[in-house]
Ligand binder design. Structure first.
Ligand code: TZP
Ligand code: MG
Length: 201
């Protein structure tokens, strides 16, 4: 899976129609999409499922891998290609057992979490927050691209994306630290010109 330009988004991140934002982002060259309908203002129940279906269909039509965040229950109805889990979600071992063939992404924020995680069961790692972010209210302390560097040293072949506060002005430092890609929310959803923002990323 090409992790280079990884867009994460839910309706709560969008000031305009998420469908339009996803379509513009795909046209501009994102390589993977994560549906993260979560936090204040997020849809729930059928409204969440319906938006998921719509975004999933758009990804299918453009051959963009579709990952769901946390929501184990959405994996099957949305025929997701994978699931991204955090340290406080269901254990990676269980998720791997339930979905032997899906892509599993795992968030790690520090060395303690790295040491405590079954890294070998994850297909890729999300490392961060790299920088300060206002998007995730309960985000942990920014750790900088050094975390990517550390992971790259420990796991030379593991796909890694940096996440958190990444913009066109700092993405290069995350890539230089050894990341395979950058995962962004607001750099795309809040961009005045989505095409230009993704090109510059
Ligand atoms: N996990 C760690 S930071 C973060 C998530 C979901 C939010 C990233 O949002 P932004 O707008 O790219 O900083
Ligand atoms: Mg989570």
């Amino acid at each position: 899976m090409n992790l280079r330009k990884y867009l994460i988004m839910g309706s709560q991140n969008c000031d305009e129609d998420p469908v339009k934002i996803l379509e513009a982002a795909i046209d501009a060259g994102i390589t993977v999409f994560q549906f993260r309908e979560k936090g204040s203002g997020a849809l729930t129940g059928n409204a969440k499922l319906n938006l998921g279906f719509t975004l999933r269909l758009i990804c299918s039509q453009h051959d963009i891998p579709f990952i769901v965040n946390d929501d184990i229950d959405l994996v099957e109805p949305l025929e997701a290609d994978g699931i991204h889990i955090g340290q406080d979600d269901q254990a990676v071992e269980e998720v791997r057992k339930t979905f032997p063939d899906k892509v599993i992404g795992l968030s790690v924020s520090n060395q303690l979490e790295i040491d405590a995680s079954p890294i070998h069961l994850a297909d890729y790692l999300g490392a961060g927050p790299m920088f300060h972010t206002s998007t995730k209210k309960d985000a942990k302390k920014p750790v900088g691209p050094e975390l990517v560097q550390q992971l790259r040293k420990e796991y030379p072949d593991k796909p890694i994306v940096g996440i958190g506060g990444i913009s066109e002005s700092n993405a290069d430092s995350v890539m230089a630290a050894g990341a395979d890609g950058v995962a962004v929310i607001s750099a795309v959803t809040k961009a005045k010109d989505i095409n230009a923002a993704i090109q510059r990323l």
